[in-house]
Ligand binder design. Structure first.
Ligand code: ATP
Length: 370
C-alpha cells in the first residue's frame, strides 16, 4: 500500500467544555466535557438515542449547545456557523451528485469556494491518489460500488482541507465484507491525511478496530473514555463491559484480598479477580465479568488450581474456526456461562453433554460494583 502521508493541515484538538443540549425537555447531551487530541481518530460509541449524533452535529455547528463551549484549538467556535467552522461531515448516505463523475463530485466544493484552478487540480489529484480512486475517477455514482462511492465522499470531504473530519456511521450502507475492507481503509486515510477525525457508530467492532481512543455514551453522558483495549479489558462499569462485547456477569460478595487478587464468593464457589476499577471492601455486593473467550477448557496445570470449576458443556454453536458453547457450573441451581473455543474440539449438540473442567485466569476477571 506504500507509506503515502499527506499532511493537509496543521492538526488541531477539539475541546468540549460542559456541553449540554436540550430539545424541549429532552436532554440529548448532559454536561459533556471532552478533549479530542490533534490528529486523533476518535470514536463516539453508544446505543441508539444516547446522544452521539447530537454531539457530532454540535461539533459540526449544525446544532447550538444549550450551554457550554466548543473549541477548535484555541478558537472558541461555539457561536460560529457551520460554514465558517471548517469541519466537514461525511454522512452514511454519500449525497453525491448523480450527474457528475467522481472527479467532478470531488472538485465541486472547491469551485464553490472559488479555489484557483491550478490549486484545485493539484488538490483533486492528491486526494484521488490518497483514497485510491484513480481507475474510477471518470465514473458516475451509479457506475460505482458502495465502497467506491464511500471513497468519493471521503475525498470530497478531504479536498476542502477541513480542520476536522466528522463521520456519521459512514459504513452502515455497505455489505459485511466491504465494511471490513473499508475499516482498514478509513484508518489508513485518516492517518495519511493527519486529520483530527471524529467518528460516530453503534458498532463496537468498528470502533475497536479503527479508533485511537473512544468515548462510550449512555443517556447523554460519557460512561468512559479510553483506548480500545482499555475499554474492552478494563471497563469502568457494567454498562461499558456489556456494550463493548459479550460477557458473563456472575453475582457475588467480596470476601477480601488473596495474594493481591480479589476473592469473590459466588453461587458456584469463590472466584479470584485481578482488576476492579474502584475501591472495594469485604462484604460489598458486586458482579464479576468474565468474557467468553477467556474461559479455557481442560484440567488446570498441576501447579495451579485457581478459578478451576467442574463444568458440563450443554450446547454448542459450531462456527468452524470457533465454537460458542453454553456451559453449566455447580451441582445445585447451576450457573450457565457462554464460552468461546478457538479451533474447537468439542461439540455438544442434540442433548449430548460433555463433562469437563473450565479455568479462568484471574487476570481476565473484572469485578464491578454496579
Ligand atoms: P442513533 O444511533 O439512533 O442515531 P444517537 O445516539 O445518535 O442515536 P441522537 O440522535 O443524538 O442519538 O439523539 C439523542 C436524543 O435526542 C434522542 O432521544 C433523540 O430523540 C433526541 N433528539 C435528537 N435530535 C433531535 C431533534 N432535532 N429534535 C428533538 N429531539 C431530538
Amino acid at each position: 500500500m506504500g507509506a503515502l502521508t499527506i499532511h493537509f493541515h496543521p492538526m488541531i484538538p477539539v475541546r468540549l467544555e460542559h456541553v449540554t443540549k436540550k430539545f424541549g425537555s429532552q436532554i440529548a447531551l448532559d454536561d459533556v466535557s471532552l478533549t479530542i487530541q490533534a490528529g486523533e481518530v476518535f470514536f463516539l460509541l453508544g446505543p441508539s438515542g444516547c446522544g452521539k449524533s447530537t454531539l457530532l452535529r454540535l461539533i459540526a455547528g449544525l446544532h447550538q449547545p444549550t450551554s457550554g463551549r466548543i473549541y477548535f484549538g484555541d478558537r472558541d467556535v461555539t457561536s460560529i456557523g457551520t460554514e465558517h467552522r471548517n469541519a466537514v461531515m461525511c454522512f452514511q448516505s454519500y449525497a453525491l451528485w448523480p450527474h457528475m463523475d467522481a472527479r467532478q463530485n470531488i472538485r465541486f466544493g472547491l469551485e464553490i469556494r472559488k479555489i484557483d484552478r491550478t490549486e484545485a487540480d493539484r488538490r483533486v489529484e492528491q486526494v484521488i491518489q490518497l483514497v485510491q480512486l484513480g481507475p474510477f475517477a471518470h465514473k458516475k455514482p451509479n457506475e460505482m460500488s458502495g465502497g467506491q462511492q464511500q471513497r468519493v465522499a471521503l475525498a470530497r470531504a478531504l479536498v476542502v482541507k477541513p480542520d476536522c473530519l466528522l463521520l456519521d456511521e459512514p459504513l452502515s450502507n455497505l455489505d459485511a465484507k466491504l465494511r471490513l475492507e473499508m475499516r482498514t481503509e478509513i484508518r489508513r486515510i485518516c492517518r495519511a491525511s493527519g486529520l483530527t477525525a471524529i467518528y460516530v457508530t453503534h458498532d463496537q467492532k468498528e470502533a475497536l478496530s479503527i479508533a485511537d481512543r473512544m468515548a462510550v455514551l449512555n443517556f447523554g453522558k460519557i460512561e468512559q473514555i479510553g483506548r480500545p483495549q482499555e475499554l474492552y479489558l478494563k471497563p469502568r462499569n457494567r454498562f461499558v463491559a456489556h456494550f463493548m462485547g459479550e460477557t458473563n456477569f456472575i453475582d457475588g460478595i467480596v470476601r477480601g484480598m488473596k495474594d493481591s487478587l480479589i476473592e469473590v464468593q459466588t453461587s458456584v464457589g469463590n472466584i479470584l479477580a485481578g482488576y476492579c476499577p474502584e475501591p472495594i471492601q469485604s462484604g460489598d455486593r458486586v458482579v464479576v465479568s468474565v468474557r467468553p473467550e477467556t474461559i479455557r477448557f481442560g484440567p488446570a496445570p498441576s501447579h495451579s488450581s485457581l478459578n478451576a470449576f467442574a463444568a458440563s458443556v450443554h450446547d454448542t454453536i459450531y462456527l468452524g474456526e470457533m465454537a460458542q458453547h453454553v456451559v453449566s457450573l455447580g451441582t445445585g441451581p447451576s450457573l450457565e456461562l457462554k464460552a468461546f473455543e478457538l479451533n474447537p474440539k468439542r461439540v455438544a449438540r442434540d442433548g449430548a453433554v460433555e463433562q469437563t473442567t473450565i479455568r479462568i485466569d484471574p487476570e481476565d476477571v473484572v469485578v464491578l460494583k454496579n
